[in-house]
Design a protein around this ligand. Structure first.
Ligand SMILES: [Zn+2]
Length: 282
């Protein structure tokens, strides 16, 4: 599933192809991909507008358009945006095509059909769902400490809550907790100041490294694998220590077998020795 580093990569790699280009047409192969407004209004309103920029907020892509509309796209589980031409063969599982001028197409490919597009006037619909951006300078250890205070849920579940921090999903939550040596079932409020500092550092380091590696294309489900706009795969998965069981069967630090548990329905990988359930403080 695309998380912050994958969505950031999509944004970065789409930008040079689409900015300053006019939307010449839209083909909705599956109308259900448009959630707001009606499919008909979506098409009539968006055609003729120029894309003036793309921003990322959490796992959302926000395209600014020249007549003041915003096109908000969420890739959800299996969505990807591919760049192609009119002559390109339609990628399998393409649900919509946004045709730009100068023979540039954005193919919205989505095998499982969870991805969505919305044409809106402002970001109020997503602002209330999202906590702070973890890579912004304003996201300090103190901000993280404030977000974790009074959270009795397991830290793994807290990190996945987009209202607490925006953009982190299952893979990078496991990687960050491993790097910070924190057991995934510890409650948010139980973390010490030192552990919060370690977690803060780990979140930023792991997300930046994954962006440098253009996101993670997890193998094993070849159809559902995240792909970059040019059709190639990311490389961040090769640096995973525990996430998705990709890091090997033993801990790279101590050699203990990696364990898998389920936290709030999400497969969770960790090292029981490096990430003890209880610290000396408790
Ligand atoms: Zn270990």
């Amino acid at each position: 599933m695309p998380e912050l580093p994958e969505v950031e990569t999509v944004k970065n790699e789409l930008l040079p192809y689409v900015v300053s280009h006019r939307i010449a047409g839209v083909t909705l192969i599956w109308e259900g991909i448009v959630k707001e407004p009606s499919a008909q209004e979506f098409c009539s309103r968006i055609i003729g507008q120029e894309i003036t920029g793309i921003e990322r907020r959490g796992k959302y892509l926000i395209f600014s358009l020249s007549r003041g509309d915003l096109l908000i796209i969420h890739l959800k589980m299996t969505g990807s945006l591919l760049i192609g031409q009119d002559s390109s063969e339609l990628p399998k599982y393409t649900r919509a095509v946004i045709h730009l001028d100068k023979d540039i197409n954005i193919f919205f490919r989505d095998p499982r059909k969870f991805g969505v597009m919305r044409l809106v006037k402002d970001t109020s619909g997503i602002d209330s769902k999202l906590g702070p951006e973890p890579l912004e300078a304003s996201f300090t250890p103190q901000v993280l400490a404030d977000r974790l205070a009074k959270r009795t849920a397991p830290i793994k579940a807290v990190l996945l809550d987009q209202k607490v921090i925006a953009g982190i999903g299952n893979m990078y939550a496991d990687e960050a907790l491993f790097a910070a040596k924190i057991h995934p079932l510890r409650s948010g409020e139980s973390l010490s100041q030192e552990e919060i500092k370690r977690l803060h550092r780990a979140i930023q380091r792991i997300l930046w490294a994954a962006i440098d590696n253009k996101g993670a294309s997890v193998k094993g489900t070849s159809v559902d694998t995240y792909i970059r706009p040019d059709g190639t795969q990311g490389r961040a998965q090769f640096e995973f220590k525990v996430a998705h069981g990709l890091g090997g069967k033993t801990c790279p630090t101590c050699g203990t077998p990696i364990e898998r548990i389920v936290v709030r329905n999400r497969g969770t990988y960790f090292c029981p020795k490096c990430q003890p359930e209880r610290t000396g403080l408790y």
